[in-house]
Design a protein around this ligand. Structure first.
Ligand code: ATP
Ligand code: SF4
Ligand code: MG
Length: 350
């Protein structure tokens, strides 16, 4: 049982539906259910990996948690500085407090930086807009974080085009870190990088987490990356959480057939981040027209009649293992070996 003071973020019944509009009058004819009734608790200092195939709603969920998207429904509570912020009902003052505590790192280090802002302006902007620092104080804080992420203070007046992909992602990390947040949503932070650079950035994120007691929600389509970085893993399918558990248990004893399918695509012999997109057989569902019953049933080799009519709810099998499958107790699913510490490929380049 999570103690209240261990909890950083609580997500209750989170939904994000995008309207499907048609015709000259752009009439709403349905909804893409990108995030559909997600419930989660995130503990202070942990890394929750969020994994699932393309289009399952990972980014939409991350953006809702950080209030870049307005949720359609649900509650998000952030416990910081001896108070609870209701993220879905922020007033102006609370928005500043929230932004100081919750930040995001984007996937694409090329398009996420403004080409007309130099390093000092890029990293200093969150301090300025949130009224945290300005002038010399701002510059000192930027210099400090630039060093912490492995960039050089001599480059403060340089523009993004003069940095490599890995350096740009360090800039993105510095921009998130400069306000001293508690929570960072990292949305595919290494997917756009070369394999050797991926390892450096993952190591940097781990070092920063240890140093500043950061909590990460780490979104990736790549199970090998999630396997390396996470303490717990949430598996998403068609906008829903289908399994949530500790890394070791979920990888070695998956309880949902979709998790088993994802794990079957992870390279077995060497822990490589190569392999990139996890390819799973079968077609992902249309989020605007989901199948009845269990959303996974058209691809599930264990499906029975009840699966076509009754939707399984996410439920606790044990305190740290939640799954949405009618037959979770009786299925004997295939996991993968999980050594105590998974190595990062090319860790020598750290
Ligand atoms: N702004 C938007 N307007 C309409 N539909 C959207 C919007 N953003 C996302 N979607 C739809 O919501 C669904 C989930 O998209 P999302 O980007 O969250 O998936 P994802 O899991 O992050 O995928 P990927 O691994 O490719 O990044 C998709 O069907 C997508 O087309
Ligand atoms: S509920 Fe049925 S269809 Fe859904 S994952 Fe479980 S066995 Fe498969
Ligand atoms: Mg995404």
């Amino acid at each position: 049982m999570v103690q209240a003071n261990d909890t950083l973020l609580e997500v209750q019944g989170l939904k994000k539906y995008f309207p499907i509009q048609q015709g000259f009058l752009r009439k709403t004819v349905g909804y893409i259910k990108a995030v559909d009734d997600v419930n989660l608790t995130i503990k202070k200092g942990e890394t929750l990996g969020v994994v699932g195939e393309s289009g399952c709603g990972k980014t939409t969920m991350g953006r809702c948690l950080i209030r870049l998207y307005e949720p359609t429904d649900g509650k998000i509570l952030l416990h910081v500085e001896n108070q609870t912020i209701s993220v879905t009902e922020l007033n102006r003052q609370e928005m500043h407090l929230f932004r100081r505590n919750a930040q995001i790192i984007f996937q694409d280090p090329y398009s996420s930086l403004n080409p007309r802002m130099n390093l000092l302006e890029t990293i200093g902007e969150p301090l300025l807009v949130n009224g945290i620092a300005r002038g010399r104080d701002l510059e000192e804080r930027v210099k400090e974080v630039v060093t912490q992420v492995g960039l050089r203070v001599e480059h403060l007046r340089r523009f993004p085009h003069s940095f490599s992909g890995g350096q740009r992602q360090r800039i993105g990390i510095a921009r998130a870190l400069v306000v001293h947040p508690k929570l960072i949503v990292a949305d595919e932070p290494v997917s756009a990088l070369d394999v050797s650079i991926q390892a450096q950035i993952l190591n940097l994120l781990e070092d920063l987490q240890a140093k500043f007691n950061l909590t990460y929600i780490f979104i990736s389509h790549n199970m090998a990356v999630v396997r390396y970085i996470s303490d717990r893993i949430a598996v998403m399918y068609a906008g829903k959480l289908v399994e949530l558990g500790t890394k070791h248990e979920l990888l070695s004893h998956p309880k949902h057939p979709y998790t088993e399918l994802l794990l079957a695509a992870v390279p077995r012999t060497v822990d490589r981040l190569r392999g990139q997109r996890t390819v799973t057989p079968g077609e992902p569902p249309d989020l605007g027209n989901l199948p009845k019953g269990c959303v996974f049933h058209p691809r599930c080799k264990y499906a029975r009649d009840i699966c076509k009519v009754e939707e399984p709810k996410l439920r606790a099998l044990r305190p740290d293992c939640h799954v949405s499958c009618h037959f979770a107790e009786e299925l004997d699913l295939q996991g993968i070996d999980t050594p105590a510490r998974v190595s990062v490929p090319m860790a020598g380049v750290r």
